[in-house]
Design a protein around this ligand. Structure first.
Ligand SMILES: Nc1ncnc2c1ncn2[C@@H]1O[C@H](COP(=O)(O)OP(=O)(O)OP(=O)(O)O)[C@@H](O)[C@H]1O
Ligand SMILES: [Mg+2]
Length: 243
């Protein structure tokens, strides 16, 4: 089931990603509703999306149109009420929680508007978090990998700092390093620049573009049309539908 894993992180291959290839991620007619205080909201009314290996897709739309809900379903943080979701041909709608958990841990990376770094861990330790499962100590190789990722996001010299000792843009870059550390196949980003000023946001976007050019598939929710235009394809949502 691992067509993406065989795609070498080669700039040319990533740039030439096309919908002719079997999709890495494929959602068909997905619905999701929430009930809050007895009132139901249908956040997704039947949305479909195919992401090709190495493709960078942006999702834009007004507040409340269902973008975050869709991203949460695509990244398996939420289960859809109906519809189908496949990853490299593997049906995620019928998969067990354990299988989904394993897959998400191995192949998916997620970053949010707010970085969710742990305040009492250093930048390096935060970057190492995906390796901290169970009681197994992190290895020297994993530490080296985390250092490489911090270097990749331009923070080689700040690994020892706590999040509170970093700027907002630097904190978001640590979150990106943490997302990269596992060698994921697909990165989901929900308004990764939403809490940053425009100069810092541009730096973070440049970084995401570079990471995409190295071969990672990216699905990003954004309000910023300029940032959306950096992606291969823009998907617009309105009122729970792709329009
Ligand atoms: N956990 C939840 N419980 C109840 N309703 C929810 C929940 N999450 C989302 N909703 C509702 O679902 C709809 C879609 O929300 P969603 O967060 O997906 O929108 P969005 O497009 O990401 O908006 P924004 O641009 O403001 O982040 C909204 O009406 C929202 O109020
Ligand atoms: Mg949102």
């Amino acid at each position: 089931m691992n067509t993406a894993a065989t795609a070498a992180p080669d700039l040319g291959a990533a740039m030439n990603a096309s919908i002719d290839q079997a999709p890495i991620l494929h959602a068909v007619d997905v619905t999701k509703s929430f009930t809050q205080d007895g009132t139901p909201t249908q956040a997704l009314k039947g949305v479909s999306l195919s992401v090709a290996p190495g493709e960078f897709v942006s999702i834009v739309g007004r507040s409340g149109s269902g973008k975050s809900t869709f991203l949460s379903v695509l990244s398996t943080l939420l289960r859809p009420d109906s519809g189908q979701l496949t990853y490299n041909g593997f049906d995620l709608t019928t998969a067990s929680e354990a299988d989904i958990d394993g897959l998400r841990h191995r192949d998916f990376a997620v970053i949010f508007q707010f970085h969710y770094l742990l305040p009492y861990l250093t930048a390096l330790e935060n970057t190492l978090l995906p390796f901290m499962r169970g009681l197994k100590p992190v290895s020297r190789a994993q530490k080296e990998r985390a250092r490489e990722c911090l270097e990749r996001v331009g923070l080689a010299d700040k690994g020892h700092r706590l999040p509170g000792q970093l700027s907002g843009g630097e904190q978001q870059r640590v979150a990106i390093a943490r997302a990269l550390v596992k060698d994921a196949q697909i990165l989901f980003a929900d308004e990764p620049t939403g809490s940053l000023d425009s100069a810092t946001g541009s730096t973070v976007m440049e970084l995401l573009s570079q990471i995409h050019k190295d071969g990672l598939s990216v699905v990003m929710v954004t309000h910023n049309e300029q940032y959306a235009s950096l992606s291969d394809r823009v998907v617009r949502m309105a009122d729970g539908l792709v329009v």
